[in-house]
Design a binder for this molecule. Sequence first.
Ligand SMILES: Cc1cc2nc3c(=O)[nH]c(=O)nc-3n(C[C@H](O)[C@H](O)[C@H](O)COP(=O)(O)O)c2cc1C
Length: 237
Amino acid sequence: MIKVVAINGSAKMEKGNTALVLAPFIDGMKKAGASVELFYAKRLNVKPCTAEFYCWNKKPGQCHIDDNMQMLYPKLRRAGILVLATPVYIPLPGEMQNLINRLCPLFEPILEFREGRTRARFHAGVNIRKIVLASTCGWWEMGNFGTVLRIAEEFAKDVNAEFAGAVLRPHAYLMRGNGEKVKNVTDALRQVGYELVRKGRMPKKLLEVTGQPLISEEEYRRSLNDDYEKVKNKEKS
Ligand SMILES: Cc1cc2nc3c(=O)[nH]c(=O)nc-3n(C[C@H](O)[C@H](O)[C@H](O)COP(=O)(O)O)c2cc1C
């Protein structure tokens, strides 16, 4: 049975848009037979990396910081797929960045020149073969994911794992509605999770559905600006 570890970096945890999008994706993976463990970076309360290179130069593969990462490391070593789930917070929530920094003990500094840059690789005992990004953002365009997408892609290259793709849900607030389009997106999220586990890939066609516009850019922008006007007027009165 393939093991999946999913980390949700949202400050809103279970109540956030990212959780809303991640849930059907995880359902699909479970339906395909994966065992999935979900963690919230905020709840793990991960301390920042102290940059002493203890995990590289003193005790390779071990982190000296005694916190919840010590519980997570063995689970990460056993997982075949790592899902990094995060909202765009120009670019990452602090808790998620802390957690990513603390993944250093999983890879070793036997440096290689790969894909145009100096890169490391996971320790032999780390099973993760695929890294997936699941992300939500508040504004309308896919372009808002540029930096976060790059972070996930570069991380996968740095550890010599396959970047298996990204589930990206822009104007994610609208996922709280229950129209036909929202249902199509939710169904596609479930199907993408299923295919990832069964076939090892996330079909482009399905990813287009998960990221499809729910309303026009102009309509969305206008509604956000109207909401803000109401807040300002209330503040004045
Ligand atoms: C500090 C902060 C920065 C954000 N920056 C962006 C941004 O640059 N682009 C964007 O589209 N959305 C941005 N957002 C909106 C979130 O990405 C969006 O609401 C997301 O779906 C929140 O997910 P969550 O509810 O799981 O936290 C930002 C939100 C916060 C709190």
